[in-house]
Structures are given as structure tokens and as C-alpha cells.
Design a protein around this ligand. Structure first.
Ligand SMILES: [Mg+2]
Length: 105
């Protein structure tokens, strides 16, 4: 993808606004790598793992809705975990696609 200088500047400025939360997701991504090691999985397995994490977000929402609790750091932590797993799934998808492409050439 080729960008003009003004497009690159606009993206950089927008990215700066998201920097802190992206760093938090990256930290979680590294934590998961350290905990589970490198993962090479087909997309349907990543979907199951992602669903499990989304389920934990749903659990936190249910606790608030049905038990009258307040949203807590646990809810936020689970959202970060969802983002980190989605990132891992995306990276692994790209790695597998590149490997498949190079083995076909
Ligand atoms: Mg979780």
C-alpha cells in the first residue's frame, strides 16, 4: 500500500491518539505468547479461542446486568484479551497464508 506524505501524516496523528491502548493490547499479546508459546492454528481454532474470550466479556456484562454489580477492571481486562487474541489470530492467518503461498511457488 503506497501512501502519500499527507496520508501518512494523517495516519500517524490518528495512531498517536490510540497509542496507549494499542500498547496495552501489545503487552497482553506478549503475555499470551509467553504463557502459551508460539501458536500455529487453523482459523476455526482461533475462532473458538476468540469466542471463549468474548464469552468472558459476556460473563462480566451479565454480572452487571443481572446482579446489579458495577463494571470493573475485569470487564476491561477481558476486552483487552479479546483484542490480543484477535491480533494473534490475524498474525497467524497471515503467516499461514505466506507459508502456503511460498510452498505453492
Ligand atoms: Mg479472558
Amino acid at each position: 500500500m503506497e501512501l502519500s506524505l499527507s496520508q501518512a501524516q494523517a495516519i500517524y496523528e490518528q495512531a498517536e491518539a490510540h497509542k496507549e491502548i494499542i500498547q496495552e493490547v501489545l503487552l497482553e499479546r506478549v503475555r499470551q505468547d509467553n504463557k502459551f508459546g508460539p501458536q500455529n492454528r487453523p482459523p476455526f481454532e482461533w475462532k473458538i479461542i476468540l469466542d471463549e474470550e468474548v464469552g468472558e466479556v459476556s460473563h462480566e456484562v451479565c454480572e452487571v446486568y443481572f446482579r446489579g454489580e458495577e463494571f470493573s477492571d475485569k470487564y476491561r481486562k477481558e476486552l483487552v484479551e479479546v483484542a490480543a487474541v484477535a491480533l494473534a489470530a490475524l498474525q497467524n492467518y497471515d503467516q499461514r497464508a505466506a507459508a502456503a503461498s511460498s510452498s505453492n511457488s
